[in-house]
Design a protein around this ligand. Structure first.
Ligand code: HGA
Length: 611
């Protein structure tokens, strides 16, 4: 959600800022802009649409300079127009880029208008620029002016600020939205995500909530905490090599990320499996004590991560005997939850910056949970830093907005949690050992499923003209049906619903006719016979069935109304992981056929850092 980048260097920063915006584009892509200080004045370009539109402007009229700020937007306040694009200026005095929402902007705007300011945008952000200009006019330095200004702001923000009154410095502040400092040689940077800066550095400082930073001449970095005390924050080396943000030979990031799954599932398992069990220490040295106290689990997540949490409920209850509740973060954080003794609070987030999930974690503190575990893909993210323990999913950067490998590696992490907790609760039984053995073979089986890509692509033809689709599953595959439906809507804009197959006759069956494709996953589990009856109900109403089924499942596909694609055998416990893959590929190919923007679907953005 909105990407910020800023640079102070001894070389021209336009190219660095532009490349950074391209790498941040997954966060927002309705407009982009850049301000550079050139010969003592703020010079700016803004363009509606993708970063490429801004690049075209810059080609015609470059913005040379050694200090600058830039932004790619995902609008929350005001349409995606050039006037609403960031950076926002107040006259010639100050320029601001912002990720977040200023909740009290209406009151501030009235005050500023009464004081003589004219607003040129509908954004909440513009109040920050004018407020800063007023403080600067009183003779206050830029750093202190930012401090005084943010003290009046309510809501969430990460900001990058510059002013010709103090050329050569950029001030950043973080409150509720992510911001990292990139440490270079004689140069320094700010960005919403380290990925944007891997082109220039692999050394990062992850700012804490309330931190303010000044980047200055010669790469100086000065940080103060929310109480105004100067602080040293550790410099961390980013663990991924550059090049991760490229599509390679793939047409889209999403396809690349789908095909990376065998590799990243191996990475998520690496060093965490014992011979027949999963040691609690895989979750860190504090985990054994925490797990020993855990009697139940509350899982909190949003979107695709929420679906991973729903799968985990089936696993944790069946294989670890632990009661589980799963809830979306945006609901949980405004409830008045009653916390049962010994409840572990588990959050799931790809980025670790998902605003609602992070707020839910903060809200949960003090409610009596026994501890918190974050399952996350980004080391050093807010969620990881603020949780008692964390397990990294090791999926590597995920650029496609529709989550794929982040989901399956979350599932791996949740299965590790299941087996680890199950070990603490019961004597490890034969079933646990079987699942551990099956996990070791999972990457190879995933490769076999991905080899079905051509067949799935052929299948996708049947969906290109459709307006609706139903996804069905039972048990732990009901959340997989939900995830399949979400993927299809996200990237192909086909309206899709996921249902537990047993619910069909309680309503959705009314929608089934020859125009309604019904997609089902049918692994060979104890609910198979029940699922088969549900599928007969669809056929009896003239529905078109597409079934991803275990090779041993006898579903009659001799008639035209049923297409069955067989998947290799996998341990029943791991089937939800495996059956996710064909649904990802199906959505991908349908979207390609429909000609949608697969990696950056309309209205969406990755890393949802606003509420
Ligand atoms: N509220 C600002 C910034 C939006 C944002 O951070 N989105 O993730 C705007 O609408 O421009």
């Amino acid at each position: 959600m909105c990407g910020i980048i800023a640079a102070v260097a001894q070389r021209n920063v336009q190219g660095i800022l532009l490349e950074g915006l391209k790498r941040l584009e997954y966060r927002g892509y309705d407009s982009a802009g850049m301000t550079v200080l050139h010969e003592g004045a703020l010079t700016r370009h803004r363009a509606v649409g993708k970063v490429a539109a801004l690049a075209d402007c810059l080609e015609g009229a470059p913005l040379p300079g050694t200090a600058g700020i830039a932004h790619t937007r995902w609008a929350t306040h005001g349409k995606p127009t050039e006037a609403n694009a960031h950076p926002h200026h107040s006259g010639d005095t100050v320029a601001v880029v912002h990720n977040g929402i200023i909740e009290n902007f209406e009151a501030l705007k009235r005050e500023l208008e009464a004081g003589g300011h004219t607003f040129t945008s509908q954004t909440d952000t513009e109040v920050i620029a004018h407020r800063l200009a007023d403080v600067l006019a009183g003779g206050v330095g830029l750093f202190d002016a930012v401090k005084q200004t943010v003290d009046t702001l309510g809501g969430a923000y990460a900001l990058g600020v510059m002013s010709p009154q103090e050329p050569g410095i950029v001030v950043g502040v973080r409150q509720g939205s992510p911001l990292v400092v990139g440490v270079g040689i004689d140069e320094a940077f700010l960005a919403s995500d380290p990925l944007a800066l891997l082109q220039v550095t692999d050394r990062f400082i992850y700012l804490e909530e309330g931190d303010m930073v000044e980047l200055g001449a010669g790469g100086s970095v000065h940080i103060v905490d929310r109480d105004g005390r100067a602080v040293e924050r550790p410099v961390r080396i980013f663990e991924y090599a550059d090049g991760v943000a490229s599509k390679g030979d793939y047409r889209h990031f999403m396809l690349k990320e789908i095909f990376e799954q065998p590799k990243v599932i191996s990475a998520a398992l690496e060093g965490r499996l014992g011979e027949h069990s999963v040691p609690a220490e895989s979750f860190g040295p504090e985990a054994p004590a925490l797990f020993a106290q855990t009697r139940q689990i509350q899982i909190i997540a949003c979107g695709t991560s929420y679906h991973a949490g729903l799968v985990a409920r089936y696993w944790l209850e069946r294989y670890a005997g632990v009661p589980v509740q799963v809830e979306v973060a945006s609901e949980f954080r405004y409830r008045h939850p009653v916390v049962a003794e010994g409840t572990l609070f588990v959050t799931l987030s790809q980025s670790g910056e998902t605003a609602d999930t992070l707020a839910a974690l903060r809200f949960a503190k003090g409610l009596g949970y026994v501890g918190s575990l974050a399952i996350c893909n980004v080391p050093g993210s807010s969620l990881v830093r603020e949780s008692d323990i964390a397990l990294m999913t090791h999926a590597g950067p995920e650029i496609g907005v529709a989550s794929t490998k982040a989901f399956t590696t979350q599932l791996v992490a949740l299965m590790l949690l299941t087996l680890s907790l199950g070990k603490c609760k019961t004597t490890p039984n034969g079933e646990h050992a079987e699942i551990v053995a099956a996990l070791k073979t999972l990457p190879a089986i995933c490769r076999q499923v991905l080899a079905l890509d051509g067949e799935i692509e052929a299948l996708s033809q049947a969906f290109a003209e459709k307006h609706h689709a139903l996804f069905l599953g039972r048990g732990a595959h009901f959340p997989i049906a939900l995830e399949g439906a979400l993927k299809l809507k996200e990237i192909s804009y086909i309206h899709a619903e996921g249902y537990p197959a047993g619910e069909l006759k309680h309503g959705p069956l009314a929608l089934v006719d020859s125009e309604m494709p019904v997609i089902s996953v049918a692994p060979n589990d104890d609910l198979l016979e029940k699922l088969k009856s549900n599928l007969q109900e669809v056929r009896a109403r003239g529905g078109q069935l597409f079934v991803f089924a275990d090779e041993s499942v006898g579903i009659d596909d001799s008639e035209d109304d049923v297409t069955v694609l067989h998947l290799p055998r996998v341990h029943e416990a791991l089937a939800p992981l495996l059956y996710t893959l064909p649904l990802q590929l199906l959505s991908y190919h349908v979207a390609v056929l429909k000609g949608t923007d697969v990696d950056q679907p309309r209205n969406l953005a990755k890393s949802v850092t606003v509420e």
